[in-house]
Write a protein that binds this ligand. Structure first.
Ligand SMILES: NC(=O)c1ccc[n+]([C@@H]2O[C@H](COP(=O)([O-])OP(=O)(O)OC[C@H]3O[C@@H](n4cnc5c(N)ncnc54)[C@H](O)[C@@H]3O)[C@@H](O)[C@H]2O)c1
Length: 423
């Protein structure tokens, strides 16, 4: 990229929005100042025969630029090394002077690495242990982009320490690790990876639901202990799934996926959500929209699929657990803090509900010790989306969001695209 820049005959640098200018401006040649809206054209080599023509066509003044310049027009100048502008006018940087620097807090999968390596200078965190907060803050300080996992917090502190940062791309659909409002204030695009993990996650929620109802892990442990005395009538009798009532809390992409699976088990499906689903979706999934109270009272299985937000934190509270059937099971593949773990342990101990299967925890990687020894609980290590295909797709999606931003396109999964005026 650097070579491309210096071998070009013409540099056109356009900074339209002063408040965005700073970020784009940094790597530019001396003499340009952010905040001054202008077009600048300069020759770095002796003029070629075509150059006068370029000079003539290129917009020189801001006013001309606004009226006449489109991305297409700029693209027609093959020697144009740099142009920078903002989304309000529909075009962005075409060439950076150097490859943007990206920090990836994991080595990712080869397919995602290939996308990043083609476009960026990437600093991958490769040690087996997670990157510490201190190391993260240190490494992100000079980076233009960040690819992170849900275990890394992108907050005011991090953003303040990374003045060049333009994008934070989390390899997860849940983005409670990202302070999106703070990103917007710092003019950093925030992206997630929705859609590609729906079925894998729904499959896993279903796996947990079946496993807790039919006491799968207890059976497995018994067999391995070598103490099973042989078949008997009342051994490990569990709850039926077939024909029972499923309550889906959070009827988005994944919640609907779980409801779809329930139809194969002849289940009645109730759902509760902040927003009612369209009629055709309800019809297709045979799902009935109910208030939360009714969902708690009537469901034999409750599967959680809400994002973690202030009003979903401890949604599964002592009070709501009290409303559930004593024979009911809880499945959580959403986010740990949606469940009050202490209240859950208490409800299980007092036989208020029959069991719980958890993939996510209130204080990951810790689990409330009161849950650890219980036979009526299944615990898995946050692996609901963990198939190789899906995790690869998620990583590639995060990488492609970063590429899109630096190519001047709106990142397909930007959470604050409108707030930043990305087009
Ligand atoms: N365990 C895992 O590995 C794993 C994998 C994927 C997703 N997740 C979690 O699952 C969540 C759901 O993912 P999705 O792709 O289905 O998201 P989504 O945005 O498609 O669906 C979330 C649904 O929750 C609803 N909702 C929001 N606030 C609510 C409230 N206060 N009360 C009731 N409903 C509310 C929304 O209206 C929406 O329909 C993610 O946010 C993520 O945290 C976990």
């Amino acid at each position: 990229m650097r070579h491309e820049f210096f071998s070009s005959n013409i540099i056109c640098c356009i900074v339209l929005r002063p408040e965005l200018g700073e970020k784009y401006f940094k790597p530019f040649p001396q003499g340009l100042r952010p905040g001054k809206s202008r077009a600048l054209i300069a020759g770095t080599k002796a003029p070629t025969p075509e150059q006068p023509e370029y000079y003539r066509k290129l917009p020189r003044r801001f006013s001309e630029l606004r009226r006449n310049t489109t991305r297409r027009a700029l693209d027609s100048f093959p020697n144009l090394a740099v142009y920078v502008t903002n989304s309000a006018h529909g075009f962005f940087t075409r060439h950076a002077l150097t490859k943007p620097k990206i920090l990836s807090t994991r080595p990712l999968f080869p397919a995602a690495r290939a996308v990043l390596d083609r476009n960026f200078e990437v600093d991958y965190w490769t040690p087996a242990e997670r990157i510490t907060r201190e190391e993260l803050l240190k490494r992100v300080a000079d980076k233009d982009g960040l690819v992170c996992l849900l275990t890394e917090k992108v907050d005011e502190e991090l953003l303040a320490r990374a003045p060049k940062l333009r994008i934070a791309a989390t390899v997860s659909v849940g983005y409670d690790n990202i302070d999106v409002a703070a990103c917007t204030r710092h003019k950093v695009a925030a992206t997630n990876t929705p859609g590609v993990l729906d079925d894998t996650t729904a499959d896993f929620a279903w796996t947990l639901l079946m496993a807790i109802a039919r006491r799968l892990l207890e059976g497995d442990a018994w067999m391995r202990s070598g103490t099973w005395p042989g078949w008997d009538l009342d051994q490990l009798v569990g709850g039926d799934v077939w024909g029972k009532t499923l309550g889906v809390l959070g009827f988005g992409r994944i919640g609907r996926g779980v409801a779809r699976r329930a139809s194969g088990f002849n289940m009645r499906v109730l759902y509760s959500d902040a927003v009612r689903a369209p009629e055709d979706v309800e019809r297709e999934l045979h799902a009935e929209f109910v208030d939360r109270d009714r969902l708690f009272r009537e469901s034999d299985f409750i599967s959680l699929h809400v994002p973690l937000l202030p009003d979903t934190r401890h949604l599964i509270s002592r009070e709501n657990l009290e409303k559930m059937k004593r024979t009911a099971f809880l499945v959580n593949t959403s986010r740990g803090p949606v469940v009050d773990e202490a209240a859950l342990a208490e409800a299980l101990e007092n036989k208020k509900i029959a069991g719980a299967a958890l993939d996510v925890y209130e204080h990951e990687p810790l689990v409330n010790p009161a849950l650890l020894g219980r036979r009526d609980v299944i615990l898995t290590p946050h692996i609901a989306s963990a198939s190789l295909d899906t995790r690869t797709k998620m990583a590639v999606m995060a990488a492609e969001n970063v590429v899109a931003l630096f190519e001047g396109r709106r990142p397909p999964n930007a959470l604050n695209a409108d707030a930043l005026g990305l087009k």
